[in-house]
Write a protein that binds this ligand. Structure first.
Ligand SMILES: [Zn+2]
Ligand SMILES: [Zn+2]
Length: 283
């Protein structure tokens, strides 16, 4: 099993990504939540170009990806689960949950440290919110996330299966929770007691600072509830809310690939970085 997963890791992830992406794209056409404000073709072309660039870059820099690090840890007996005898199912479940918690903390850090917020702004300057927003990250943020993931895998020593499951799950949920899709409110309420739904994550893309600095979870909704960053709905409603950052509205910076790649290096960081004193005063 482990051998199969190691050999076909890239194919498993690509097939899962394309499958979920196509399902979400169709769902967005059949039951859209909001009217998009930007021309869709241009946004999609640029957001998709960015994910293709990121995928190629990651494969070039880290050909064996996170799975390769997990294999190395297992061979050398590095990390908690390679040292402590744990039932397989427990090690897989605990690893997936811990990795998800780390992603939550990492996301908060990308909002709190000005240099990291510069990179993460690329995700937040999308002027609309749909499935392609879930793939839109600056290459430097993607590389940093990967290095953080490597460090956690070395400490944790998770089973190989847990790493692949987590990667596929994180990709799939990121596409799902950025979907411009309508889910009946009762079903949304039931789902978000466990996972992050599009209505929950859309709040995080609001132009209002206190809403941007809430709902940091990507996968399990537990972390936002646990750490007090949960916000149920946007103040202006899902149809009326403005998506993006007030100081970044120019399509040259916010839509086109060249602008997106250069965006972290422009301007000063005055927008929406978590400021402890301001955060305490937020409604
Ligand atoms: Zn964010
Ligand atoms: Zn997002």
């Amino acid at each position: 099993m482990d051998e199969f997963v190691t050999l076909h890791e890239a194919t498993i992830r690509l097939v899962a990504f394309l499958g979920v992406f196509l399902c979400m794209a169709a769902w967005e056409i059949l039951a859209p939540r909001r009217t998009l404000h930007q021309p869709k073709a241009e946004r999609w072309l640029n957001n998709i170009a960015l994910v293709v660039l990121n995928t190629l870059l990651l494969r070039l820099l880290f050909p064996t990806a996170a799975v390769g690090v997990a294999v190395l840890c297992s061979t050398r007996q590095w990390g908690l689960f390679n040292q402590v005898d744990t039932p397989g199912w427990l090690a897989v479940a605990a690893s997936v949950i811990i990795l998800d918690g780390v992603i939550y903390l990492q996301h908060v850090m990308f909002h709190a440290v000005p240099a990291f917020w510069r990179l993460h702004r690329v995700h937040h300057t999308d002027l609309d919110f749909d499935v392609t927003t879930g793939t839109r990250f600056h290459p430097l943020e993607i590389i940093l996330s990967m290095l953080i993931k490597f460090a956690v895998i070395v400490l944790l020593g998770p089973p190989l299966l847990a790493v692949v499951m987590f990667e596929v799950l994180l990709n799939a949920t990121s596409l799902f929770n950025h979907g411009n899709i309508r889910i009946p409110s009762r079903l949304d309420g039931w789902l978000r007691s466990i996972i992050v739904t599009p209505d929950m994550h859309r709040v995080h893309h609001s132009h209002l600072e206190h809403e941007t600095n809430s709902n940091f979870g990507f996968n399990l909704s537990l972390w936002d509830r646990l750490f007090g960053t949960y916000r149920a709905q946007p103040e202006d409603g899902h149809s009326g809310m403005v998506i993006g950052i007030d100081t970044w509205r120019d399509p040259g910076h916010c839509v086109r690939l060249g602008g997106l790649l250069l965006l972290p290096f422009g301007g000063t960081v005055t927008d929406y970085v978590i400021n402890r004193r301001r955060w305490k005063q937020m409604p």
